[in-house]
Design a protein around this ligand. Sequence first.
Ligand SMILES: Nc1ncnc2c1ncn2[C@@H]1O[C@H](COP(=O)(O)OP(=O)(O)OP(=O)(O)O)[C@@H](O)[C@H]1O
Ligand SMILES: [Mg+2]
Length: 364
Amino acid sequence: MSVKSLTLLNYRNYKNESFIFHNNFNLIIGQNGHGKTNLLEAINVLCKFKPFRKTNLAEIINFGSDQTRLKGEIQNKGNLNEINIQLLNNSKIIKVNNKIVYKTTKYSNLNKLVTFLPQEIELIKGSAANRRNYLDLMITNLDPEHLVDSKNYYKILKQRNALLAKPPKDSYSLLEVWNEKISEPAERITKRRIKFINKLSPLIAKYYSKISGTGDLINIEYKPQFEITSNYTDDYISSLQQNLKKDILRKFTTTGPHRDQIIFNINGEDSSKFASQGEAKSLVLSVKSAEIELYRELSGEYPILILDDVSSELDDMRKSYYSQLLNDYSGQIFVTTANLEPVFKRNANKIFHIESGKIIRESG
Ligand SMILES: Nc1ncnc2c1ncn2[C@@H]1O[C@H](COP(=O)(O)OP(=O)(O)OP(=O)(O)O)[C@@H](O)[C@H]1O
Ligand SMILES: [Mg+2]
């Protein structure tokens, strides 16, 4: 898949700008604060109908304007779809090929992007929730049922927590019903996560060794707060029962997939606590590379790569890995940089020079 074109109207610091992209390597060059990341974010909005992370939609509307519009064409397996997005303060209207679309996931699920963003170091250094969310997103991409189970799980969890906080007639007897109910999606979520980790772990180890050039051992551990034997439901329900006093005291459910740990170990040590910045960055890069490989294997397609600000603080080892990744990649790539480094110039098919939300020069 590839994004052929994009027009931005009142999108962040872009007033009215149009881009025709190359289907391989696009390089975006500009000084700090001129709109490089904004452009990548807009590409994400065009493909997924939302920014990279939870952002208030009003924030992306140009200061002083009351709405923003994005228009673009996405080529996907022989289909050219024209996307039209209008964002107002609290609402969005999405049209595909001039028809309003209500079930947007039908289109957004077709588009796969793999991002390399500076803040994604959080995947390693941040809380376990970061790793759970990331993993769940990857699994959902491959199996939409995972999202159905997650939504159901959190709905039941909310009801169970409400009961813990305020039991009717001061009785917790209803909890047994909720324990049974929640254990069903919990089992499916946990089993999918474990299966996926078993697949992902050797791939991440392979890429880490390539990127870091060390013999460090990488493995991913999935750690629920209770031991799983052959019967998950029984194990989980007895864990809920054992933790009942604690749950009542804290007024929320303390065990289950929403609290499970996902630990990336380097030589047996938890990387969220012990990895250096460089090790953590190499690990993120390995996770992303593994994600690309898995996606390619399953769909036969290249995802779009979005690399924001990769040139900053790269050591030679990772620089050469990036350079090779970009050289060998047949899919579409968007890279931003403040300095035109030789490694990017050699590769780029099209270069956009950005200044204050405008293309001041275009080459290739
Ligand atoms: N809603 C908005 N309306 C107008 N301008 C905005 C809006 N949101 C952000 N900006 C401006 O966009 C600029 C930041 O753009 P962006 O993050 O894309 O920069 P960048 O080129 O990626 O910079 P860096 O190299 O520092 O990462 C800031 O100057 C900010 O004020
Ligand atoms: Mg930026």
